[in-house]
Design a binder for this molecule. Structure first.
Ligand code: MLT
Ligand code: MN
Ligand code: ZN
Length: 306
């Protein structure tokens, strides 16, 4: 099983178009040791040619251009993206669907039922796409039933519901439903190796911890360093927790959670990193703290073979 990080940034990207925080301004001017990142997405594949796109970022066209393996060019119109799965209905995970409309066959789209509802109402991308390539709907179960996808022979997908909120434009924003946001385990059925991917992980519930403990690769919520980071910088009134994200520091934070996982050989990688997060500074003290805890920071293009 192969996993490639297409976009390691949270919504907005790094640098964010209108942001002049220390990180965004510094990377733009070249005065900070940091690397630009596109918005939240990975691909998972088994044969090196057909890929499941997990989250369709607003940056999908640039991400495809940056990764020739997604362009096998077998026919006049062709893509290595065989199917798409979106883990929630957030803008940074679904906007890219609109960019895939030139297909000549319906786009296979895997979502939970509630995400499908949001993508047919609050953000009606499936209705819009019905006027172009159309969408072939597939349901993602999250009650223990595994999912297999034809293009990913030898990969089993296990989804679990995360306690989170639907996006602001969801008709049920104030009444969270199981399946608004999921975490995914990708299991290579030959090697038995497992990857756990959860770019938004507000609370480490027992079933989440159980999935994390089994994983050989953890790609988990790296949005904010401190819970009040955006407030401290005067950029938002919301904490990381308000946005459904678990900060790295503090009691019960992601560093503590990851410290409690000691599976031999496990790789711990933070992904979906907000542009305000000081871990983006490659020679900064926060990076050194992460290194002491054996925690890596995802970058675009990072590849894993399991
Ligand atoms: C989030 O992860 O909190 C959202 O995707 C933020 C956004 O894209 O606006
Ligand atoms: Mn996001
Ligand atoms: Zn910024």
């Amino acid at each position: 099983m192969k996993i490639r990080v297409l976009g390691s940034s949270a919504g907005g990207g790094f640098p964010q178009w209108n942001c002049n925080c220390r990180n965004c301004d510094g990377v733009r001017r070249g005065t900070l040791k940091a690397t630009p990142r596109t918005q939240s997405s990975i691909v998972v594949g088994a044969n090196g040619e057909d890929w499941l796109l997990v989250n369709a970022s607003p940056d999908i066209l640039a991400q495809i251009a940056a990764h020739p393996e997604l362009q096998p060019a077998r026919r006049a119109r062709d893509s290595g993206i065989a199917a798409v799965l979106t883990m929630d209905a957030q803008i940074d995970h679904v906007t890219g669907l609109l960019m895939l409309r030139e297909r000549d066959t319906p786009l296979p789209l895997y979502t939970t039922d509630v995400v499908w509802q949001d993508l047919s109402s609050g953000f009606p991308v499936t209705s819009i796409l019905s006027h172009y390539c159309g969408v072939e709907r597939h349901r993602v179960p999250f009650d223990g039933e595994a999912l297999t996808i034809p293009a990913l022979a030898g990969v089993r997908i296990e989804a679990l519901a995360l306690s989170s909120k639907a996006p602001p434009y969801s008709p049920h924003r104030e009444a969270p439903q199981p399946g608004d946001n999921i975490g995914l385990s990708f299991v290579d059925t030959h090697s038995g190796k497992r990857a756990f991917y959860a770019p938004g992980l507000g609370a480490i519930e027992p079933h989440v911890m159980a999935a994390m403990r089994q994983a050989d690769l953890l790609l988990v919520d790296g949005t904010c360093w401190t819970n009040d980071e955006m407030i401290q910088l005067g950029l938002s009134g919301k904490t990381a927790a308000d946005m459904g994200h678990l900060a790295q520091t503090g009691a019960g934070g992601m560093i503590e959670v990851l410290d409690s996982i000691d599976r031999p050989g496990v790789r711990k990688v933070l992904i979906h990193i907000n542009n305000t997060n000081p871990i983006l500074v490659e020679d900064g003290p926060e990076r050194r703290v992460l290194a002491e805890h054996g925690i890596e920071v995802a970058r675009d293009g990072m590849a894993f073979e399991l």
